[in-house]
Design a binder for this molecule. Structure first.
Ligand code: C2E
Ligand code: CA
Ligand code: CA
Ligand code: CA
Length: 278
């Protein structure tokens, strides 16, 4: 049921009730979810635009709950951030990824993996130590890991010395940072001086309107040029068509990620893709 604009503002619409109930359900179920095994990490390939080879993968969390059904990250992450359960999810992803990299290494696969991080993880915990411990325990090289942060993360981290310090420590050990959803925030340029970022991920909204809007190629070109002038690795997100891929290649983008090269899949499936490309 969609609520109509202009209706009563005092009463909650059926839609609002639905949302609040759903949020309460997710919160409740999330507490239980983390001790059982119904969370999963999928991997989406990142492809070198010149060679077509898979150079890395982004780890994306998936949750299917018996009562709440499939909960998308878009719905899950904000609730988890609010309740603090983001720590458990972040730890689950970090553990899964490090174990996966260790497992891959036994079969000669040294894939680069990116994880997503919320500012709260860095604020409440010593993330630098946590990440380093997990890498160590699994004999992973720090330079195999990228931490993706959003502009929202950057905005909040700006005034917090302890967060910046943790990022610097990780960078010194070889971990890299990517600025996710680039172009959607307000003050991206400032963070690039302040934070140890070495990769830009151009948000999918720009990529997806590449072919539809006349000014888009210029805008995306400008983003890529900017990234290169800063010596950043530039990744395009949400690449779905050959046309978008070709434009990006012409514009000098380094890496693409999107449904065109592959949806997020289980680790074993990604491994098959890697093998079939050899
Ligand atoms: P994101 O980091 O920007 O991740 C990219 C999202 O775009 C993913 O959605 C991915 O499945 C989707 N995507 C990939 N290729 C395409 C494409 O070609 N077209 C379209 N339309 N979409 C594409 P997903 O997995 O639903 O994740 C949504 C967001 O949730 C992520 O956005 C990220 O901000 C957050 N997230 C996911 N996993 C984690 C996690 O483990 N921790 C944290 N803190 N956040 C996470
Ligand atoms: Ca991301
Ligand atoms: Ca993104
Ligand atoms: Ca996003």
């Amino acid at each position: 049921v969609k609520s109509q604009g202009g209706g009563s503002i005092a009463a909650l619409s059926p839609d609002d009730h639905g949302r609040l109930n759903r949020k309460a359900l997710i919160e409740k179920r999330l507490m239980h979810a983390l001790d059982r095994n119904n969370m999963q990490v999928l991997y989406q390939p990142q492809v070198d635009i010149l060679t077509g080879r898979i150079t890395g993968a982004e780890a994306l969390v998936r949750w299917r709950d018996e009562e709440a059904g499939i909960v998308s990250p878009e719905e899950l992450i904000p609730i988890a951030e609010e309740t603090g359960l983001i720590h458990d999810i972040g730890l689950f992803v970090l553990e899964s990824v490090c174990q996966q990299m260790k497992d891959w290494a036994t079969r000669g696969i040294n894939l680069h993996v990116s994880i997503n991080s919320s500012v709260r993880e860095f604020r409440d915990k010593d993330m630098a130590s946590l990440i380093q411990e997990h890498l160590d325990q699994n004999n992973c090289r720090p330079d195999q890991l990228t931490v993706e942060i959003t502009e929202k993360f950057a905005l909040e981290a700006e005034a917090e010395r302890s967060i910046i310090r943790q990022m610097m420590l990780l960078q010194q050990s070889g971990v890299t940072f990517a600025l996710d959803d680039f172009g959607t925030g307000y003050a991206s340029f400032r963070y690039m001086q302040l934070l140890p970022i070495s990769e830009l991920k151009i948000d999918k909204q720009f990529i997806q309107s590449l072919s539809q809007q006349e000014k888009m190629p210029k805008l995306v070109s400008g983003m890529i040029q900017f990234g290169k002038s800063m010596d950043f690795r530039v990744i395009a997100e949400g690449v779905e068509t050959n046309e978008q891929f070709e434009v990006l290649r012409t514009l000098g983008c380094d890496v693409t990620q999107g449904y065109l090269s592959g949806h997020p899949v289980e680790a074993a499936e990604l491994e098959r893709w890697l093998k079939s490309a050899d």
